[in-house]
Design a protein. Structure first.
Length: 651
């Protein structure tokens, strides 16, 4: 609450620039009309957006079929995502886009590729034929475990072309995490690369796939993109090279006419148990949501060079690197590596080199750059930028102002966009040209979105009092379920209030109705804008034979937002100390991936528990962040545990 209190003291307001407003895709009048329609008749509003922003092979019979918590959007309609992202830009009045850059890609070593819409179309068709030749059909799942290279987008689009659902596993996840996801999705094929570049060094991916697939019997084929040329082992009959298959494949592949509710992808995200949830998104509603929001929020024009810095392994990479921008016929930039290689100004030199006009990134990156100093961006020509975006976590006003002044030269509107893996697309955001912004606030729900702040009983809270963020009406991009787990879907998202979605975030509205998102209120940490469940890290730790028990909490961190802190009880006879800390950090990296690696590990003989045996995480959070232990400790089973934890902290 302290964080939100300080955010709410923020009184600076930034009005839209009149010139920007005049040429905005959604001007003030449009926004006012859409808000009105969205409130009175959201189905009519979304149907309007579906007609304006998506091309359909055949129309829907019904806009929405809502049997809570199950929604079907654009019932009976047929479309295809790759058709919308490619073919329609090559035909009729849009045919001039054939030679427009669809993807500008730059590798970390400095190599680059510019891929036009016509070329991307050919490559996608070819790869769709490769998938078909491996027996992949619209009934199957395909896993992508790839670096940030154009082939990742090509593979995504090829899956959508034939109606196979993809599930992308972030390249930073371990073989163990990859295997869990392959098994849960029951995937038939894996697309990967030998490796990619990071911090100037090649890293490997194929070896992880080999380890994962060894214990994932559903996988029949592995297609490998050659990116680094490092040595890999290819298993005969199972593995093949991407370039060899592509050379032999036909560039003609008509898009499958898919039902609006046909599965599009599954993306795993962390929750409050040890097992990640496979969030299922479908075709027509998702596409309507991401195409509409990309056009409206980023105000895309034909001349823009749009750069969203997310990896395709996360939802932001799905919706706002690939599907949203390509559905709009935009030029989207993809960058392979880290922001600080070969020098700490790599991002700024990329913006100057390619003339980037729109930059969409996360507060954690902004905070990192603040620390590196103003000289770096100031040494580059950033005058091409005209709009900035933020996503993934609450942006602190200091970072907002720095982003506005140093990167945006005080001329670029900032859109702070709140959404989640589950929502598919942006839900709460400023609209450039029509909404006055306040640093730290995502401003208002988009037209057609019914967000509110409720108490536990479902009553709306008064302005300026804290509550739980809620979504009261279905929206087109919403998740359709958790893959293979109906009960968990109902329990996690739909059990707090009647027919209302619970995103897991705390929030407030100020007296002018602005939304201020406070962050997760469940046992999910937000590390550098990425979700990691405390339980996931705990189960990774206790899977080590020398660990008896573990509890994991987050503590505030200046750069990453939250850092992982683990309290560990070693098994009898095991010596706690620096070597064991190193072992355990390595173990978590192996089990999940480097993003889950604890920043601190503390040893304790016992964990604070309630009389019913529940670990008191609130108390551990206080200790981890060096706060006085506050609040009720009356349910604590053994007070001496608290005393010894505090002692271990002082040492
Ligand atoms: O807590 C919210 C935070 O990120 C969570 C969603 O994480 P994920 O599914 O990984 O998707 C991240 C990219 C959309 C939310 O529950 N979050 C996301 N955007 C914001 C945010 N918190 C505050 N302000 C935002 N703009």
């Amino acid at each position: 609450m302290a964080d939100i209190e300080s955010l709410l003291k923020e009184t600076r307001t930034f009005k839209p620039d009149p010139q920007f407003s005049r040429s905005a895709n959604w001007n003030k009048k449009t926004v006012a009309a859409y808000r009105k329609e969205g409130e009175k008749n959201p189905e009519r509003f979304w149907a309007r957006m579906a007609k304006e922003n998506v091309s359909w092979f055949s129309p829907w019979k019904k806009v929405l079929d809502w049997k809570p918590p199950y929604a079907k959007w654009f019932v009976g309609a047929k479309t295809n995502v790759s058709y919308n992202c490619l073919d329609r830009h090559l035909e009729g009045e849009n045919a001039w886009r054939r030679n427009k850059a669809a993807i500008i890609w730059e590798g970390e070593p400095g190599d680059s590729r510019v891929i036009t819409y016509a070329e991307l179309h050919r490559e996608v068709c070819r790869f769709a034929n490769v998938l078909k030749s491996k027996g992949v059909t619209r009934k199957d799942r395909v896993i992508l475990y790839m670096p940030m290279i154009p082939e990742a987008a090509i593979a995504m689009l090829a899956c959508t072309r034939i109606g196979a659902a993809h599930s992308i596993v972030f390249g930073g996840f371990s073989a163990e995490a990859l295997r869990d996801r392959i098994v849960d999705a029951d995937a038939k094929l894996v697309v990967t690369a030998d490796g990619g570049y990071r911090k100037g060094e090649p890293f490997g991916l194929k070896a992880q796939v080999d380890a994962a697939v060894r214990r994932a019997p559903s996988v029949e084929s592995v297609v490998v993109v050659q990116r680094t040329g490092q040595k890999v082992t290819m298993k005969r009959g199972r593995d093949c090279w991407y370039h060899e298959e592509m050379a032999a494949a036909s560039p003609v592949c008509p898009p499958a006419k898919l039902d609006a509710e046909h599965p599009l992808f599954i993306l795993y995200t962390s929750g409050t148990t040890g097992k990640p949830k496979g969030i299922l998104h479908t075709t027509g509603g998702y596409l309507t949501h991401v195409a509409t929001t990309t056009r409206a929020i980023f105000d895309l024009k034909e001349t823009d060079v749009y750069w969203c810095t997310a990896d395709v392994g996360w939802i932001t990479g799905h919706s706002y690197v690939v599907y949203g921008p390509l559905a709009c016929g935009a030029t989207t930039l993809m960058y392979e590596g880290v922001p600080t290689h070969p020098g700490p100004d790599r991002w700024w030199s990329l913006i100057a080199k390619w003339g980037v006009t729109i930059l969409y990134t996360a507060p954690t990156a902004i905070r990192t750059f603040i620390r590196l100093g103003d000289d770096l961006p100031k040494a580059h020509d950033l005058s091409s930028l005209r709009l900035l975006g933020s996503v993934g976590e609450p942006i602190n006003p200091e970072a907002w102002i720095w982003y506005h002044e140093v990167i945006g030269g005080k001329r670029c509107p900032i859109v702070d966009t709140w959404w989640q893996t589950e929502t598919g697309g942006i839900m709460i955001s400023s609209l450039p040209g029509s909404v006055a912004t306040k640093p730290g606030s995502a401003t208002f729900p988009l037209p057609g979105i019914d967000a509110a702040i409720l108490d536990e009983e479902g009553n709306e809270v008064k302005p300026s009092s804290g509550g739980l963020l809620a979504l009261r009406k279905p929206w087109p991009g919403m998740l359709r379920g958790i893959w293979g787990d109906k009960a968990r879907f109902k329990e996690v998202y739909w059990s707090k209030w009647k027919n209302t979605y619970f995103p897991g975030d705390g929030a407030q509205r100020d007296r002018q109705g602005y939304f201020w998102i406070m962050g997760r209120i469940d046992d999910v940490m937000n590390i550098s804008g990425h979700r990691i469940g405390t339980m996931e890290v705990e189960s990774a730790l206790v899977s080590h034979r020398d660990v008896a028990e573990a509890a994991v909490v987050g503590r505030p961190d200046e750069i990453t937002g939250t850092a992982v802190v683990a309290f560990v009880t070693p098994r009898g006879g095991v010596k706690p100390g620096a070597p064991f800390i190193k072992t355990l950090k390595g173990h978590v990296t192996k089990e999940i991936g480097a993003i889950a690696r604890p920043a601190d590990i503390r040893f304790t003989n016992a964990l604070p528990k309630t009389r019913s045996g529940k670990i008191m995480r609130r108390l551990l959070r206080d200790i981890a962040s060096g706060r006085e232990v506050a609040g009720d400790t009356s349910t604590l089973e053994d007070f001496s545990v608290l005393a010894s934890l505090k002692e271990s902290d002082e040492n």
